[in-house]
Write a new protein. Sequence first.
Length: 265
Amino acid sequence: MKKAFSDEDLIKNLSLYYLNRHLKKKPIEKYHRKIDESPLHDREKYKKKAEILLLNSFMHHFPDVQFENLTCESPDFIAKFNDKKIGIELTEVINHLEMKKVESNLNKIFRQAEILLEQEDTTKYRGVYFLEFYPNIKLDTVESHEEIILNIYKSIKKGKSVGYVKSIRKSSHRRNVFITHEYNMNLFDELCSEKILELIEKKNEKFPYYDTSVDECWLVIVSDMNSIASRYTFIQDREHLNEVKSPFHKIFHLENLCGNITSIK
């Protein structure tokens, strides 16, 4: 029997780990199967799976939405809702641009450290490890990457901080080794409404090129709260979002941790 999720999806996807208790598993499994059965390249399949995961909270707010085309482009998905054909364009708003590259580098380092530990003894080290690093961490050379991987490896083996690792916390995981960032919420971490408005403007320019066979086209802007580059605490000058002008029929801002949704249009 074909697995609903691949090992990579289940074990190495932070969104699945965080959303596990709240995940609308049946539709997500069904949609992942459809993506797997498509002729898309593996890289594109993984991208589409990650995108549909970001829409999990959206499905809680719109349980009657049924996705019909999961592999299209411009817009990203086509769905049925209230007897209408709806195009759904999904985009992520990055709150900390300077952290995007840092996060990408750290994720690569985490994967390498996971491989080392799993090759040595998966049963002994399996779990989810939340790491916090000292601010002087350097990510600009291959040598520094190797040093950080070794620091993480030793920290997990010894169960205490080593080198660049400032703190380490472990949570249970039944199958494999999973390493991620410690989630520290900054109470004053604002997402400027201008970033959302700029994103809408960019999408407005592409609107004429979207599938014209749909009855409506919706724009869903997501803050991926599992990402240090995307998360936020509050939207600054939220009232400015009321001034938006756009050809999109509906515009929403969604955060995927608690599932809070803001209707912008």
